[in-house]
Design a protein around this ligand. Structure first.
Ligand SMILES: Nc1ncnc2c1ncn2[C@@H]1O[C@H](COP(=O)(O)OP(=O)(O)OP(=O)(O)O)[C@@H](O)[C@H]1O
Ligand SMILES: [Mg+2]
Length: 361
């Protein structure tokens, strides 16, 4: 059994008479995991999230963090001890990116120089160029602003990260990048993350566990994504999860049968290919950097998502479809280029997997 970090015990929030915003919520959130609250608008996701750091006080029930009743901690201290990322990045418009990131460490008494240094490191951690540190939030793209929001939430190195629809204001491509980035970060950081979204796809991609909320603030199902897709607890969850579960199931279908083909690699400073074939550009450790190919001259075309042996069919398809060459880059456990997968072949496997499933129905 995983260790519990956050526990809701019969927690109810009633803003006014009538229907509760959150109704008798009991759940245990595992330490070091990503737990996603998902559900339609108004079902109490934000309210539940905000009760964890006492931005909202429950009407009844108890919430503990690390075994401690949150009401025993001064609300301001509690808030500062957890990272919080919201939908609009919530950055202060008149302060530079670095100053925004350094805010909470400064409030915690860290020296200005130290806080700045940490802020600079965090820019790198969330994949932003250091030159962006001097800019103001309005001079960044939406996706960049969200990355700054994540950096700011991480600045005090809190064990708990609360994220309320942090990626919903950016376009789907950037959103996908931010999701992958968060998963990558989490592999190193192992924070306890509570993530709110209304998007079931985002929930199943990110969540170690997913809590589906129904209108009226009732917890409809709390389980692994795989279980929620395979065995929805009731009609509400089934309809919320959607009819095209066949495709979503791909996220859990092993990619064992996918053929890995050899790929021609070249060093970064090699002269451009003149023969019209795509070549994978790698660094001195054979790690993929991007592609050169027909008409690209000496420019490096960024490479799309990577695929590892053992990943799912969905990841295999993503890697092929996001690559400029139509070839998904396969890397080994050291991140070295190990070959490519072809979109047409992955799609063929998906189709046969679908037919097998149909045959089983
Ligand atoms: N400050 C408030 N005062 C009164 N009612 C509120 C307040 N905040 C939220 N509510 C009500 O509580 C219910 C739950 O709201 P909450 O913001 O938690 O939903 P949500 O699941 O986060 O929705 P969304 O997906 O739209 O963000 C809603 O009916 C909402 O109108
Ligand atoms: Mg909300």
């Amino acid at each position: 059994m995983a260790e519990a970090m956050i526990e809701f015990q019969s927690v109810t929030k009633q803003y006014q008479s009538g229907q509760a915003a959150v109704d008798q919520l009991s759940m245990s959130i595992d330490k070091g995991s990503i737990t996603v609250f998902v559900g339609p608008s108004g079902c109490g996701k934000t309210t539940s999230l905000r009760m964890i750091n006492r931005m909202v006080e429950p009407t009844s029930g108890t919430i503990t963090v690390g075994g401690k009743d949150v009401t025993s901690v001064v609300a301001a201290d509690l808030r500062r001890s957890m990272g919080y990322v919201m939908q609009s990045s919530g950055l202060m418009p008149h302060r530079s990116v670095l100053d925004n990131i350094a805010t909470v460490p400064r409030l915690n008494g860290v020296s200005k120089a130290e806080a700045r240094k940490r802020a600079e490191e965090l820019l790198d951690v969330v994949g932003l160029a250091s030159a962006l540190g001097k800019r103001y939030p309005s001079q960044l793209s939406g996706g960049q602003q969200q990355r700054v929001g994540v950096a700011r939430a991480l600045a005090a190195d809190p064990p708990v990260l609360l994220m309320d629809e942090p990626f919903s204001a950016v376009d789907p491509v950037v959103r996908d990048e931010l999701q992958q980035e968060l998963l990558r970060l989490q592999r190193d950081l192992a924070k306890t993350i509570v993530f709110v979204t209304h998007d079931i796809d985002e929930a199943t991609v990110l969540g170690d566990k997913v809590a589906v909320f129904a209108v009226g603030g009732k917890l409809a199902q709390y389980a692994t994504p795989e279980e929620i897709l395979r065995a929805p607890a009731n009609d509400f969850v089934a309809s919320f999860v959607g009819r095209d579960r066949g495709f979503r199931h791909l996220a859990f279908t092993a990619s064992d049968g996918v053929a890995v083909h050899p790929v021609t690699t070249v060093a970064r400073d090699a002269s451009a290919a003149a023969d019209g074939h795509w070549r994978l550009v790698v660094d001195e450790d054979s790690r993929p950097l991007g592609w050169t190919g027909p008409g690209t001259g000496r420019d490096l075309i960024p490479g799309g998502s990577l695929f590892r042996a053992g990943d799912t069919l969905r990841r295999a398809l993503d890697s092929a479809l996001s690559s400029p060459s139509g070839l998904g880059v396969v890397v080994d456990n050291d991140g070295k280029a190990a070959g490519v997968v072809k979109a047409a072949e992955v799609l063929g496997l998906i189709e046969s997997a679908r037919q097998v499933r149909r045959g089983n129905l």
